[in-house]
Design a protein around this ligand. Structure first.
Ligand SMILES: [Zn+2]
Length: 115
């Protein structure tokens, strides 16, 4: 698999087989739980204390890109009123927040992964 599909599916950067996040059961929008180490190769995901602080900036970039995309689609192409566009952007942002959490941490892990 390519790196992009490994990031999209949140796989370990070392072995690329095991998941980084514990699969959530029940409520889908809760904050995802991370494994401390890979279940397959025991690679430690949090390299140092506060390592995932930088993932916040990746999450910000992902959220901004998603919001701008939804804004452009519904404002320019569908011509919806500003309040409706705002409501759609807010709904989309809350629905994608857990995915942004997972993807931003996974991207951050892959950015600093060294073989
Ligand atoms: Zn692994």
């Amino acid at each position: 698999m390519s790196i992009l599909s490994n990031i999209a599916t949140c796989k370990c950067p070392n072995c690329r087989k095991s998941a980084i996040f514990n699969p959530s059961k029940g409520y889908p929008l809760r904050i995802p739980r991370m494994y401390e180490r890979c279940q397959n190769c025991h690679y430690k995901f949090e390299r140092e204390t506060g390592f995932f602080f930088g993932a916040m900036f990746v999450s910000y970039a992902l959220a901004a890109a998603e919001m701008i995309s939804v804004f452009v689609v519904f404002w320019y192409f569908f011509g919806l009123r500003p309040l409706m566009v705002f409501i759609l952007v807010a709904i989309m942002a809350s629905m994608l927040s857990t995915f942004n959490f997972k993807w931003s941490r996974t991207i951050w892990i892959y950015l600093f992964y060294k073989r």
